[in-house]
Design a binder for this molecule. Structure first.
Ligand SMILES: [Ca+2]
Ligand SMILES: [Ca+2]
Length: 442
């Protein structure tokens, strides 16, 4: 009697532990459907009895569906049912075109509880991969912005896609699989048109899904290959979504809010790396020749075409550039074409100043005049005149003792406002070659 009671108790404990196994949702295949299209969906999980209910949360009334079947389907060899599930539901689903949102939450309910919520991706357009053989020759053409639904159909299956891109664009290619409801542990490769690997990714962040972000080096075709990191594959268990985007890199920032700054940017194209500009015109202020500006957000080592619109004195043979706004060098001679001159420059830093010539502005002039006056070489500082902007123009006067008939020597810089080089000549007259300013290499 006592023994019989123990057996009944033990059976009760076993039964309650079996009953306590919660349901699990493992696979949704395919992972996405298009609006307005009736789609067969397979849902797999564990501990899903015949009375399992499929729920779509608040969206129940928005979708059309009909159940077909439930069957027990153990996973293929080597795959673990904890990953793939062992019970499969087949249903047909239609999401109306009026559906709002990009995903349809889904969960399963059994007498033992409720699964965590997964999502079917709802997309307006979808491209379907069908048994691609993975070769570059038969790569599937894809367009950025159009998601692709693919499947690693069998062990060692590889799916290969072809995408065209322009130099400078940033390609973002992303796999969604394991994070949604797929047994795929994706691996993603990017190749150039010579089939050299440019980038690869197994797991992005803490997830098993892959992501590649890569700046395209030249115009042409590129290839993306998707496979399973363990070489597994199955037509139901290993679906994935591949999304691609081609982003233009951010345009560099151009500014001229500093003394002497002047530029009118006509085109700032970070893809083709062209900055087209001309000086700002000022009414009744003479010829618009002078330009001087700062560019931030360049990528050191890239070659940019700085295209200047203008003619005559506006377009010096070589442009002046600096990485610190103090030491100036010159570009190679620009290439002239009608009213356009193009200075090609492999940018030596991420921030650059460009100018008609090495700038010499009012602060420089005041500093020079103060230095000479303080050097006690017989010179006195005075104000020559006031500019139209109200700036006092500094000057120096030597009045050596002597007869009244001594000739006067007048030295003046900037006959024209943009001729900053003449101001540097005045500085050289005072203290010889200035080692930290322009043209250090002669
Ligand atoms: Ca495939
Ligand atoms: Ca992975």
């Amino acid at each position: 009697m006592k023994s019989q009671t123990s057996e009944i108790l033990l059976a009760g404990v076993l039964l309650s532990s079996l009953q306590a196994e919660p349901p699990k949702l493992n696979i949704i295949s395919p992972l996405a459907i298009e609006k307005g299209v009736t789609q067969k969906i397979l849902i797999r999980g564990l501990n899903l009895p015949a009375n399992t209910q499929i729920h779509f949360g608040e969206n129940e009334h928005k979708i059309l569906r009909c159940f077909h079947s439930r069957k027990s389907t153990p996973p293929p060899n080597r795959l673990n049912k904890l990953v793939t599930g062992d019970t499969q539901f087949t249903l047909e689903l239609t999401v109306p075109p009026s559906f709002e949102g990009s995903s349809l939450p889904l969960f399963l309910v059994t007498p033992e509880g409720k699964t965590k919520t997964a999502s079917i991706q709802i997309l307006p357009h979808l491209q379907w991969e069908k048994n691609n053989d993975g070769s570059f020759e038969k790569a599937i053409p894809i367009k950025p912005g159009t998601p692709v639904h693919g499947t690693i159909h069998k062990n060692q299956d590889v799916d290969t896609y072809k995408i065209s891109a322009q130099a400078g664009q940033i390609l973002v290619a992303q796999i969604q699989a394991n994070t949604i409801a797929s047994a795929l542990d994706s691996f993603l490769y990017l190749y150039d048109d010579q089939f050299h690997i440019l980038a690869s990714n197994d797991d992005h962040g803490q997830k098993r899904d892959s992501k590649i972000t890569f700046q395209i080096p030249k115009n042409g075709d590129y290839f993306l290959s998707v496979l399973d990191a363990h070489d597994y594959g199955d037509p139901v268990l290993h679906p994935y979504l591949l999304t691609t985007e081609l982003q233009n890199p951010p345009a560099p920032k151009v500014s001229f809010d500093f003394p002497g700054g002047n530029v009118n940017v006509l085109n700032n194209d970070p893809v083709n790396k062209v900055l087209r500009f001309r000086p700002i015109k000022h009414k009744n202020r003479g010829w618009d020749c002078w330009w001087y500006f700062k560019v931030e957000g360049l990528s050191k080592g890239q070659t940019w075409q700085f295209q200047l619109e203008g003619s005559g004195f506006t377009t010096p043979r070589q442009a002046a550039f600096s990485t610190d706004n103090q030491i100036w060098q010159q570009t190679a001679p620009g290439k002239k074409e009608k009213n356009l001159i193009t200075y090609a420059l492999k940018v030596p830093a991420n921030t650059l100043w460009l100018a008609w010539g090495p700038p010499f502005h009012l602060d420089h002039a005041n500093q020079l005049v103060d230095e000479v006056a303080a050097a006690k070489v017989g010179a006195k500082k005075f104000t020559l005149c006031t500019s139209k902007d109200g700036h006092k123009v500094p000057a120096l006067r030597w009045t050596p003792e002597g007869g009244k008939d001594l000739p006067a020597i007048w030295i003046q810089a900037r006959q024209h406002a943009w001729e900053s080089g003449s101001s540097w000549v005045c500085r050289v007259l005072h203290n010889g070659w200035h080692p930290v300013t322009w043209m250090p290499h002669g």
